[in-house]
Design a protein around this ligand. Structure first.
Ligand code: AP5
Ligand code: MG
Length: 216
């Protein structure tokens, strides 16, 4: 199963991708997480990406396309993958199409998650992530058992640098301008189905699984 999760910042792509990954035993490929890890490790790519990410802009296409091309070659993608946060521009989608063609693979599902803008802002500003294992939380909607501490590994939780409200507004604008057009792009390939991303995380997961299974 080769699946793309599309949606604005805070739509729940990462939250849902992790659950789908566990359920179908295929990897979640999050370009945002790969880039944040490169920033933390101060690799050449991380140093280059940081300024774009901190300002809420997109990292140049050739950087992220390279990341995904390399990742899709790994053995764990043989039975499928979940793309979370990629593609984000039409050139990225074109590049992905070519890469998959070269690998003899097809895209099976593009699930677009929709959420109201006010809810997106509330979600992003309350998001926290474990500094060690990366598990995501929300201070109100999905809180850890102990304030500021990861349920899974006991490490501290932190807030993403780009989750300040001002940067978030830029990310929302960038989504509307550069990423939203992908919905028409993939609709033209009869691949898009839409899920309302509001309600409980479990209910949304069930809706996505139903869509995937009805077209399996
Ligand atoms: P990226 O990391 O992809 O960020 P994003 O698209 O802005 O999306 P988010 O991770 O903020 O939101 P999400 O949809 O994953 O929501 P989540 O599940 O966390 O990208 C970051 C940056 O990297 C970009 O700005 C860009 O610079 C760069 N980048 C990445 N990919 C790129 C690409 N392809 N090309 C160029 N540049 C790229 O949920 C959010 C919060 O809500 C959490 O706290 C969660 O607990 C909570 N929540 C989730 N579901 C629910 C629910 N149903 N009800 C209540 N709360 C919920
Ligand atoms: Mg995410």
């Amino acid at each position: 199963m080769n699946l793309i999760l599309l949606g604005p910042p805070g739509a729940g792509k990462g939250t849902q991708a992790k659950l789908l990954s566990a359920r179908f035993n295929i990897p979640q490929i999050s370009t945002g997480e790969i880039l944040r890890s490169a920033v933390r490790e101060s690799t050449v790519m991380g140093v280059r990406a940081k300024g774009f990410m901190d300002s809420g802009s997109l990292v140049p296409d050739e950087v992220v396309v390279g990341i995904v091309e390399e990742r899709l070659l790994k053995a764990d993608c043989q039975n499928g993958f979940i793309l979370d946060g990629f593609p984000r521009t039409i050139p990225q989608a074109d590049a992905l199409g070519q890469t998959l063609q070269g690998l003899g693979k097809d895209l099976n599902h593009v699930i677009a998650i929709t959420v109201d803008t006010n809810e997106l802002i509330a979600r992003i500003t309350g998001r926290r992530t474990c500094i060690k294992c990366g598990k995501g939380y929300h201070i109100t909607f999905d809180p850890p058992k102990v304030d500021g501490v990861c349920d899974l590994c006991g490490s501290d939780l932190c807030q993403r640098d780009d989750d300040k409200e001002e940067t978030l507004r830029m990310r929302l604008q960038v989504y509307d301008k550069q990423t939203e057009p992908l919905i028409s792009y993939y609709t033209a390939q009869s691949l898009v189905r839409t899920v309302l991303g509001q309600g409980s995380i479990e209910d949304i997961q069930r809706s996505i699984i139903n869509l995937v299974e009805e077209r399996a």
